[in-house]
Design a protein around this ligand. Structure first.
Ligand code: BGC
Length: 459
């Protein structure tokens, strides 16, 4: 997905035909009467940098995003006020019977680490591990579900390959591989720290949030497109999931494609870094559940790159296309709405990664500003998505244990600022009191949670 490139809205395909949204997979059940499993976890997600504000308050140091947005600074570690703030958030949630799932790092790397190489540097691995230990020690008596890193793919590709998000470094064909390599090692180090020092006493679980599109071959009858679709997933989800869940090492197809491209470019060594045998052993098996963020699907065409400058897309030899029949969320031109893509992705994860327990830790649909409070269209996207999850659970036997809407509140949508609204609650950013009003989707979502099931669509 090209998520960080928001196209002008007039280039976006026109809205919704219900055919485009209906699932191509044959299912004849009465979905409206199906309930989710008893212990299913319902939630909504947010991220510190996107909602907290106070970038220079209480001794917080600057992060890469403060620099990138030319504002100044943000951050908890070694900061008593930050600890006090998160203590209050966690205790407040627990007091109203909400289970916190805490992500340690969601895009806002401290600027001082970036100044020493950021995720391109091995030194960040140890710094992250120290920070993770601090958080486990400080909050782990109450927090039992941890996510180390949110979407390492997005950080690596958009932050270090294309340079369109913080830290804004464009090193095509090199930067993303290096950043991903260190993020995988940092995640594994934190997981081992938890196991060694805290697991027995605290009894929690630790994972990493991986985002992925689903990918369909552009021409289903073309073998080349079928292979390209598989590569699209290999270079996104499997890049992280294969080492962490399966083998300790990168997917074979990534290794072979990148080294073939390097040879064509006249280099004997691959731009994809290698894990040592010891690192492979350290990385393999370092997730206690599968945390998946799903937003969209792409059609994929094979694309030859005989001679090229180094870049990830040249290594991958695949081009992505949005099917013009798919509706697109009004607030994000990259967000083609394809609920059935989630079901296929869930099945793929089940089959590829030994039937893990899966939490869908992000899924959502943005509206552009001004966003209607009666967001019936958007609720329909949620409803269809929940139907696909039911099919994944009951027909495909996938162990989906939770679903978290992105996002609780309208918030700072990175380079799109405040114009792309993902919230269940509308926020008036023009008013300094930031008043909040629930969208229709918030009420509908509450009904689903109360009923543990789906409602009939409104007539
Ligand atoms: C990110 C969020 C972001 C959302 C919508 C997710 O990938 O984790 O920070 O706001 O996508 O773009």
């Amino acid at each position: 997905m090209d998520r960080m490139a928001n196209l002008p809205m007039d280039s976006v395909p026109s809205p919704v035909s219900s055919d485009a949204l209906s699932s191509p997979d044959d299912d004849n059940w009465k979905l409206e009467s199906m309930t989710f499993p008893e212990q299913f976890a319902w939630g909504s997600a947010t991220a510190a940098y996107q909602i907290e504000g106070g970038w220079d308050a209480d001794g917080k140091g600057p992060s890469v995003w403060d620099t990138f947005t030319h504002q100044g600074g943000d951050r908890v570690f070694k900061n008593q006020t930050g600890v006090y703030y998160y203590d209050k958030v966690i205790d407040g949630l627990l007091s109203i019977a909400v289970t916190p799932v805490v992500t340690l790092y969601h895009f806002d790397l401290p600027q001082h680490l970036e100044d020493q190489g950021g995720w391109r540097s091995d030194a960040t691995v140890e710094a992250f591990n120290t920070y993770a230990q601090f958080c486990f020690k400080t909050f782990g008596d109450r927090v039992k579900l941890w996510i180390t890193i949110n979407e390492p793919y997005v950080v690596a590709v958009y932050g270090y390959e294309k340079g369109v998000i913080a830290p804004g470094i464009a090193m095509p064909g090199v930067g993303a591989y290096l950043a991903a390599h260190n993020m995988i090692k940092a995640h594994a180090a934190a997981w081992h720290s938890y196991s060694r020092l805290f697991r027995e006493k605290q009894g929690g679980l630790v994972s990493i949030a991986l985002n992925s599109d689903w990918a369909e071959p552009f021409n289903p009858n073309s073998l080349a497109d079928q292979e390209a679709a598989k590569r699209h997933i290999a270079f996104c989800l499997d890049w992280f999931a294969t080492p962490i869940f399966l083998s300790g090492d990168y997917p074979a197809v990534m290794k072979s494609k990148i080294s073939a491209a390097c040879k064509r470019q006249g280099s004997l060594s691959s731009r994809l870094p290698e894990f040592t045998d010891q690192e492979k052993m350290m990385i393999k098996g370092t997730a206690d559940f599968f945390s998946l963020n799903y937003y969209t699907t792409r059609k994929i065409k094979h694309q030859d790159h005989e001679i090229s400058q180094p870049s990830m897309s040249a290594d991958k030899e695949a081009e992505q296309v949005i099917d013009p029949s798919w509706p697109v969320a009004t607030g994000s031109s990259w967000l083609a709405v394809v609920p059935w893509g989630l079901r296929r992705l869930l099945k793929y994860i089940k089959d590829t990664y030994s039937h893990p327990i899966i939490y869908i830790t992000e899924n959502g649909f943005s509206q552009c500003d001004p966003a209607p409070i009666d967001d019936a269209q958007r609720w329909e996207y949620f409803r269809l998505t929940l139907q696909e999850i039911l099919k994944a659970i009951y027909t495909d036997g996938v162990q989906v244990k939770g679903y978290f809407v992105w996002s609780l509140l309208d918030n700072f949508e990175w380079i799109c600022g405040y114009s792309s609204r993902f919230g269940l609650f509308h926020v008036d950013f023009e008013n300094s009191a930031l008043p909040r009003v629930p969208y229709k989707s918030a009420f509908e979502y509450a009904k689903i949670i109360a009923n543990k099931g789906l409602m009939k669509p409104p007539r």
